[in-house]
Structure formats: structure tokens, C-alpha cells
Design a binder for this molecule. Structure first.
Ligand code: NAD
Ligand code: GLY
Length: 364
């Protein structure tokens, strides 16, 4: 874990939008120096929340200010509810007050909520300023900080206002995950299982064989999990940066998951848990459509099911959820499309009828 950071290049063959993801424990301490060698920003604005601020801001601030960078910080309340147009406007007002100009950069220091919101702001403020991700949750390190998808939510549909905008750089420090509580850590595991199930039998085998060490957060294993997931996601994103075909497999579990989050008014169920339920539903649909054998793959189902709490689904209204699913970004000509599974590493996108959806919901 000592030595040089692992550098993964997200290379689009175009220097303007290609970027590096550096991964190393305790990398937070070196970010200031690394950035100093790259660009002379007029200011760096750090966006974070009330949970992450007391845990990690001081270290990042020290690293940046020791290297001579001028810093502003904006701290917002915690929670998915902040991924909204109101908070977006408030942050822009603060950035104008802080005299953030086009030669400044924005660092979202936080999980996927801060990353998506901060990224969307960086991509639109003065038509775009540099975005430097410092992801602090497992979800953000292995998924949301990679690939340039940024968004805020609408009361009727999640992530419906957004765009694609690649970061200038991503700094991933697995040591930051040490302060995550078990629930949030598990949320990241759902995304890791998702990436493995749609794209790599080898990664899926690594997760299942090392599941206890992962839950016990053995440092070496976590560093490998993060690195392998990042490599896998980067490979998919490079093939399809704008989510037109292959990248859609990363939406496995998200069609139902996003609808659950919307139905809970972005409060009760977390993103990772919603994706967990979404994967279970997708496995039932795949079984009902006879492209997947749920009985043969019982272990896969049980692995995900054991990490979930049935109370999440207590007030589920399938009719309402179905209406929200029809607003999903994959929907086409009024048809709901789901990412389903033939087997580990073999996903497929298919139209799913309301009848099949209802049948699957009754089975979870
Ligand atoms: P989150 O950002 O809400 O973080 C989860 C919780 O952990 C929060 O309470 C947060 O304050 C806390 N936290 C963050 N870092 C911490 C740390 N180091 N120590 C202790 N607590 C910490 O949620 P998330 O699961 O990271 O991200 C979910 C969001 O990401 C959703 O909005 C989802 O839509 C989005 N997402 C986007 C993409 C993408 O490609 N853009 C991919 C996956 C998820
Ligand atoms: N998180 C899904 C994607 O990046 O495409």
C-alpha cells in the first residue's frame, strides 16, 4: 500500500477529455502537490457535507494549502435530498460570492451525492470549470466518480436533470473508507456486486471468495476490490462514454432501484440498498422470462438478499413504482426496459411488461 499510486487512465484518445484516476491509501496528503504540478488554479472550491467535513476536510485543506492553493469551502447538509435544484442554486450563489472564476476548480469531497451535485455544478458554472473528484464512499470510489455522469433529482424522477462531463482528475484514497459506517459500506458492496455480475466472472469470484475479509475491511482486500472495480468500470465507460449501448449494463438493478428511491421521497432507502432490491427483482424477472435459472444460482440471490432489510419494502405500492419505472431513462416508446442477467458476466437489456413486473414483485 506504500509507494506510487496506481494510475488508471481513462483514455478517449482525446487529451481534452481523457483523465487519470489515481488510487492509493493516504493519497489525500499528496493531492496538493500533485495538482500544483498540473495547473495553477486561481482558487479551489471544496464542496462537502456536514458529515464528511469534520472527518476529512482538514487533511485535504492542509494538503492543498501547503502546496500554495487558495481554498474556499462550501458545506451543505447530508442526504440525497440535497441533489436538487434549490441546493444547486444556493451553491452557485455562494460560488459567485466567493469569486470563483473560470480558472478555478471544484472538488466534491464526499460520496455520490456530493459527487453528482458538485459535478453538475462544475459542468455548468460559467459553462464549465475543472472538476476534481475526491470520492469518500465505496459507491463513489468504484462507481460515481468514474465516467462523467452527473445529475440532480426531480421530485418525479431520479437523476433526470444532468449531463456528461469528465473530471480533470480523480483521487481515490481507500483509507478514507475507514470512517464509513457498516450500512454505508454495504451500500458500496451492492455496486461492487453489480459491476461484477454484469461484466466480470473473475471479479464476482473474488468478491464471493473474500466476502468475510471484505466485510471485515481487510485493507489489502479493500484496496484490490476498489482497484478491480475501477478497472472494470473504466473498461466499460471507454467503450461507450455516452451510455448509448454497452454502458447501459451498469444500470443492472437501477430501474427498480431508482423508482424505489423516488417513491421514498429520496429519504428512507439509500441508493445502494435500492440497487440491491433492484438486482433481486431483475433476477426474478430473468427467471420468469426463462433466460436465467434462479434455482441454480441460489447463492447469488442469497448473497444479495442477506444484506437487505425487508422493512425497506414495507410500504411498496407496485402500481406507483411501475408509473415511475416508465419515466426511467432507458424507457423507449413507452416501454420499460430492464437490464437482466443470463448468468454472471452475461447481461442483456429487454423490454419487460407490467404483468411480468407485477409477478416478479410478488416474489421478492
Ligand atoms: P452519499 O453520498 O449520500 O453517502 C452516503 C453516506 O455516507 C452519507 O451520509 C455521507 O455523508 C456519508 N459519508 C460519505 N463519506 C463518508 C466517510 N468517508 N465516512 C463517513 N461517512 C461518509 O451516498 P453514496 O452511496 O455515496 O452515493 C449515492 C449517490 O450516488 C446517489 O445519488 C446515486 O444516484 C449516485 N450515483 C451516481 C453514479 C454516477 O455514475 N454518477 C453512480 C452510482 C451512484
Ligand atoms: N453508474 C452507471 C454509469 O456510470 O453508467
Amino acid at each position: 500500500m506504500r509507494g506510487m499510486p496506481m494510475k488508471i487512465k481513462v483514455d478517449f484518445g482525446n487529451r481534452d477529455i481523457s483523465y487519470n484516476i489515481e488510487i492509493k491509501s493516504y493519497l489525500l496528503d499528496s493531492i496538493g502537490k500533485i495538482l500544483q504540478k498540473k495547473r495553477n488554479y486561481s482558487k479551489i472550491v471544496i464542496l462537502t457535507n456536514e458529515i464528511v467535513f469534520p472527518l476529512w476536510y482538514k487533511k485535504l485543506n492542509l494538503s492543498l494549502s501547503n502546496a500554495g492553493h487558495k481554498i474556499e469551502v462550501i458545506v451543505i447538509p447530508d442526504g440525497e435530498k440535497q441533489k436538487c435544484i434549490k441546493t444547486y442554486n444556493q451553491i452557485i450563489s455562494q460560488m459567485l460570492k466567493d469569486k470563483i472564476d473560470r480558472y478555478s476548480a471544484l472538488i466534491p469531497l464526499g460520496g455520490g451525492v456530493i459527487g453528482d451535485l458538485g459535478g453538475y455544478i462544475a459542468s455548468t458554472y460559467m459553462r464549465g470549470i475543472d472538476l476534481i473528484h475526491v470520492p469518500t464512499t465505496l459507491v463513489a470510489q468504484i462507481d460515481s466518480s468514474i465516467g462523467g455522469k452527473l445529475a440532480i433529482d426531480h421530485p418525479q424522477a431520479k437523476n433526470i436533470i444532468g449531463n456528461f462531463y469528465n473530471p480533470a482528475q480523480v483521487f481515490t484514497d481507500p483509507n478514507i473508507l475507514s470512517t464509513l459506517n457498516d450500512r454505508e459500506f454495504r451500500c458500496g458492496l451492492f455496486e461492487a456486486i453489480k459491476i461484477a455480475l454484469v461484466s466480470s466472472q473473475k471479479l464476482y469470484a473474488f468478491i464471493t471468495e473474500n466476502f468475510d475479509s471484505i466485510l471485515n475491511r481487510k485493507k489489502r482486500i479493500i484496496q484490490k476490490l476498489v482497484t478491480d472495480c475501477v478497472q472494470e468500470k473504466v473498461m466499460i465507460v471507454k467503450q461507450d462514454p455516452f451510455d448509448q449501448n454497452r454502458r447501459m449494463i451498469l444500470n443492472f438493478g437501477h430501474t427498480f432501484g431508482h423508482a424505489l428511491e423516488t417513491a421514498s421521497n429520496y429519504r428512507k432507502i439509500s441508493h445502494g440498498e435500492a440497487v440491491g432490491w433492484g438486482m433481486l427483482l431483475a433476477l426474478h424477472i430473468s427467471d420468469i422470462l426463462k433466460i436465467f435459472d434462479l434455482q441454480k444460482n441460489r447463492n447469488m440471490y442469497v448473497l444479495i438478499r442477506n444484506m437487505l432489510n425487508i422493512r425497506d419494502l414495507k410500504k411498496l405500492d407496485p402500481e406507483q413504482i411501475w408509473k415511475t419505472i416508465l419515466l426511467d431513462k432507458k424507457a423507449r416508446d413507452g416501454n420499460a426496459r430492464f437490464i437482466l442477467l443470463k448468468k454472471a458476466g452475461k447481461p442483456v437489456m429487454q423490454v419487460v411488461s407490467k404483468r411480468t413486473f407485477m409477478k416478479a414483485v410478488s416474489r421478492i
